[in-house]
Design a protein. Structure first.
Length: 358
């Protein structure tokens, strides 16, 4: 016995009306809790869910590696490319029907005008945004030239005579391939920031939790699916080490307001389906439960069909290798969502779960 005071506190989740109430601990302030936790003064933190079987506890630390690996394999079996290998899968006919929308190789072409174009409004007094191109290794130069040759053929870029210029360079992807980057820092510093609302992660997770089936669609080359405002095309001009100057007819990556514009497009297109389909930039999440005497799978296929119809009508395409269909649990922004709620991704909490007991 140390003679030090012991405090115990409980939060009844079913009585909460706002997520922020989780931060209002009766016994101590959150800052005090974090300070005590860092100092090793907190003996244990537990989540107790009465009336829930132990195997369904919303926890990421009680599962061993074998269980986690088995769960991972089950999720991978629901990826779009795997679904197409199994004609008996209930989602198979729908994915086959929309093979032009959910694909590995969608058509590369100038997108249609959907009523949302990317606009660049400069701070008053801005003249020219110019940064000189610096030398790059030969391998990067070849990658850059091949990239723009392909985009010019697809009609997404054209040669430019703009007084603006932004350099181009490459960075390595985790898979070893090159990713092109435009150093738009000077242009971004002179751009008036858009005030378009950005989706909230907590709201998204709250809307999705508690359903029976989930699907996720990953839009391919999302930014290239939005046209530039005609008058702003010269502002997108980018230089290459080989001496070329190109300008974008579609929204390039790297512009400060690009995420807001893309979010505005998908929100506008999928707003009528928001009761069962949520968008988070280039991800579309579809979720369903049994209703009106219909099984969850029947309801979910109907929801998924309507989403795919909107995508086909607007020439939006999803990468089938990254899509997940009709899963009882789905990964969303670093968490897993299912009919029992939301839990952290075990991969993200390994260090905490392995923390030795004081």
């Amino acid at each position: 016995m140390t003679g030090r005071p012991v405090k115990a506190a409980g939060i009844h989740l079913e009585s909460l009306t706002e997520m922020s109430e989780l931060l209002n601990l009766e016994e101590m302030a959150v800052d005090d809790f974090l300070a005590d936790h860092k100092a090793g003064e907190i003996a244990e933190v537990m989540l107790l869910k009465p009336k829930t079987p132990p195997e369904e506890l919303n926890s990421s630390s009680v599962l061993d590696e074998d269980v986690l690996e088995e769960m991972k394999k089950r999720r991978e079996a629901l990826f779009g490319s795997e679904v197409l290998k199994n004609p008996k899968d209930p989602v198979y006919p729908l994915v086959k029907k929309f093979a032009d929308v959910v694909s590995k190789d969608p058509p590369s072409q100038l997108p249609p005008d959907r009523g949302v174009r990317h606009e660049i409004d400069l701070v008053p007094g801005t003249k020219y945004c110019v940064t000189r191109q610096w030398p790059l290794p030969r391998e990067q130069c070849e990658v850059i030239d091949a990239f723009f040759a392909a985009k010019a053929k697809e009609g997404m870029v054209r040669e430019s005579k703009s007084p603006h210029s932004t350099p181009t360079f490459c960075v390595r992807k985790p898979n070893g391939k090159w990713r092109l980057v435009h150093a738009y820092s000077k242009l971004n510093n002179a751009t008036v920031s858009a005030q378009t609302p950005i989706p909230r992660k907590d709201v998204l997770l709250n809307n999705m939790a508690g359903c029976e089936l989930y699907s996720a669609l990953d839009l391919m080359d999302g930014y290239y699916q939005i046209l530039m405002r005609e008058s702003d095309i010269p502002l997108t001009a980018v230089s290459t080490p080989s001496g070329m100057l190109w300008e974008w007819l579609v929204m390039p990556q790297g512009l400060s307001n690009a995420p807001a514009t893309f979010n505005r497009l998908v929100t506008q297109l999928f707003r009528p389906l928001r009761a069962y389909a949520q968008t988070y930039f280039d991800d579309i999440f579809v979720y369903s439960r049994a209703e009106d005497g219909k099984m969850a799978m029947e309801v979910h296929l109907g929801h998924l069909r309507r989403v795919l119809e909107v995508m086909r009508a607007n020439k939006l395409y999803a990468n089938i290798d990254k899509c997940v269909f009709a899963s009882p649990e789905i990964k969303v922004l670093g968490c897993f969502v299912s009919n029992v709620g939301v839990r952290a991704d075990p991969e993200n909490v390994k260090a905490v779960a392995a923390w030795p007991t004081p």
